[in-house]
Design a protein around this ligand. Structure first.
Ligand code: FAD
Length: 320
């Protein structure tokens, strides 16, 4: 089923549904590590599960002569396989993330063909970040530059238009496309207005819904939605939430995701004596966020599990 229909059903029934995002395991780990985490969450009946995509990284090995050898590695492959496994094992809709970065348009087309053949009918279309060792994002030669370009390619495929113009009577795909939105603005955007301007373009290109970057202050989400509506964006904007889980994340999350940590949360975390206390503060904060968002009538609450689901389960028990 399409995510747009899951959202429409939740709105019609005046419900808030639970969904979450998982990461493929690190290369060398077993898929059961993923299943064990998902098993803990399935009783909350997620209509869909997102699976992130992790592009290549460069690692450098020192050679005996002192020179460095550059190697390209993918530490978390398996997005497509996990999506297919989830749909088979749990009968739930899987939403693979599809990136511009690291892909030529030809690679993208072949990736989408695999998804289509596997019966996967939803994707989240993203630009991706810079490769870890580089400062700025660079599109691949022959690849899509922005998420909007990727949405356009998927929409073309949904019309049966492949890259090869000579293909005759081609079969059309039927993907429902989601995109990312940033309540506190994307880190590269010069202003929130410009970011919303380009978000609107992604939606006008044919995507159906938005999932937000994580945030810890609901007011940022409410303000963002109000600005999007004022700019003429009418499509659903699903809030993305992540419970703070470690002391280290107090510094890492604002830097990595360009989001603010509310003072009240920081004060509570600093008071903690053990890692378990920090995790519990994160859970309680996220429960309060979830309650307020649910009361505001959002159709879906989407949680970033980062591969660990015990804290997400605690939140789901309190909310769903
Ligand atoms: P875009 O929409 O292309 O925007 C990127 C920047 O360019 C923004 O500043 C925007 O304002 C600007 N912009 C957009 N269009 C134009 C234009 N035409 N001209 C000029 N400027 C423009 N990353 C991963 O690697 N794997 C994942 O699985 C993943 N999942 C994510 C899931 C969610 C819900 C979110 C919020 C993010 C996720 N990311 C993931 C991170 C994402 O790839 C980065 O945030 C990336 O830097 C931006 O992606 P985007 O799709 O929002 O980009």
């Amino acid at each position: 089923m399409k995510i747009r229909d899951h959202i429409a059903n939740a709105i019609k029934e005046n419900k808030t549904e639970f969904s979450f995002e998982i990461l493929p395991p690190l290369k060398g780990q077993n898929i059961n590590t993923i299943f064990d985490n998902i098993d803990l969450l399935m009783e909350f009946k997620p209509p869909f599960i997102d699976v992130t995509y992790h592009r290549e990284e460069y690692v450098y090995h020192e050679l005996p002569n002192g020179l460095l050898e550059k190697k390209v590695v993918r530490k978390r492959p398996g997005t497509v396989g996990i999506c297919a496994a989830l749909q088979n094992k749990y009968n739930v809709d899987a939403v693979p993330h599809v990136l511009c970065g690291g892909f030529t348009k030809e690679d993208t087309e072949n990736f989408l063909i695999d998804l289509d053949f596997l019966g996967i009918e939803n994707v989240l279309a993203l630009r991706g970040d810079a490769v870890k060792s580089e400062t700025y994002y660079k599109p691949n030669k022959g690849g899509n530059t922005y998420a909007q370009d990727l949405v356009e390619q998927i929409v073309d495929l949904n019309k049966g238009q492949y890259l090869d113009p000579d293909l005759q009577n081609s079969s059309a795909t039927d993907f429902c496309i989601g995109v990312a939105g940033y309540p506190e603005k994307h880190l590269e955007a010069p202003s929130i207005e410009s970011d919303i301007h380009f978000l609107k373009k992604k939606l006008e290109a044919g995507s159906c819904y938005v999932v937000t970057q994580l945030f810890f202050d609901n007011q940022k989400y409410f303000d963002f939605v109000a600005k999007c509506r004022a700019a003429g964006i009418t499509k659903p904007i699903i809030p993305g939430l992540k419970p703070l889980a470690t002391m280290k994340q107090l510094n890492m999350i604002p830097q990595r995701f360009s989001v603010d940590m509310p003072d009240a949360l920081v004060k509570e975390v600093i008071k903690c004596k053990t890692p378990q206390d920090v995790r519990q503060v994160g859970v309680e904060w996220c429960i309060e966020q979830s309650k307020e968002l649910k009361a505001s009538g959002v159709p879906i609450l989407h949680y970033y599990s980062m591969g660990k689901s015990d804290n997400i389960r605690q939140i789901a028990e309190a909310i769903f």
